[in-house]
Write a protein that binds this ligand. Structure first.
Ligand SMILES: [Zn+2]
Length: 170
């Protein structure tokens, strides 16, 4: 059985957006035709990439030339609309590069705290929700690293658990 095109593209791209290279959930992904279908672009894999929905909507049926302009207009790392910027959380790629070791644990903690600090209205209220949020934010984390991360969030007093509910002091 043949995999759907979107699944194939996501697999090939390591479940990251083609443009901004952020981890990309299937529900947030869509197939971008580099040469738009309306301009004769084919459905072949060579003409398609998986990217953030918001960017796909923005690119619409722009010509290739216009799309290049959008890409080139970005300074530094490419950022899809609606995605967090580099200052708001450590990019997962940076954490990958640092490899295992104390530097990585520190990087994971820093990324977690930055993300929680930046999202005051949507902070998880239970440990299970916090774990889910951390898994989505830092998909390269191992279960052991996740346990260590949650433990250090608590031991540092940044996350306070009271009667099964979480409070934050970031
Ligand atoms: Zn993207």
């Amino acid at each position: 059985m043949k995999m759907p095109l979107l699944d194939r593209l996501l697999f090939v791209q390591g479940n990251r957006c083609f443009f901004c290279e952020q981890p990309l959930e299937r529900s947030e992904a869509s197939v971008e035709h580099l040469l738009a279908s309306s301009k004769g672009g084919s459905n072949a894999e060579a003409n398609c990439v998986a990217c953030c929905r918001a960017l796909n909507a923005l690119l619409g049926s722009m010509s290739l030339k216009e799309k290049f302009r959008v890409v080139l207009n970005q300074r530094g790392p490419f950022r899809c609309p609606g995605r967090r910027g580099p200052g708001e959380a450590a990019p997962a790629s940076e954490l990958d590069a640092s490899g295992p070791g104390p530097g990585r644990a520190e990087g994971l903690l820093r990324a977690a705290v930055q993300s929680l600090a930046a999202h005051e209205d949507t902070r998880p209220r239970t440990e299970a929700a916090l774990r889910n949020a951390m898994r989505a934010l830092l998909p390269t984390m191992t279960p052991e690293e996740q346990d260590a991360l949650i433990a250090s969030l608590k031991s540092s007093g940044k996350v306070i658990e009271e009667g099964g509910r979480l409070a934050y002091d970031l």
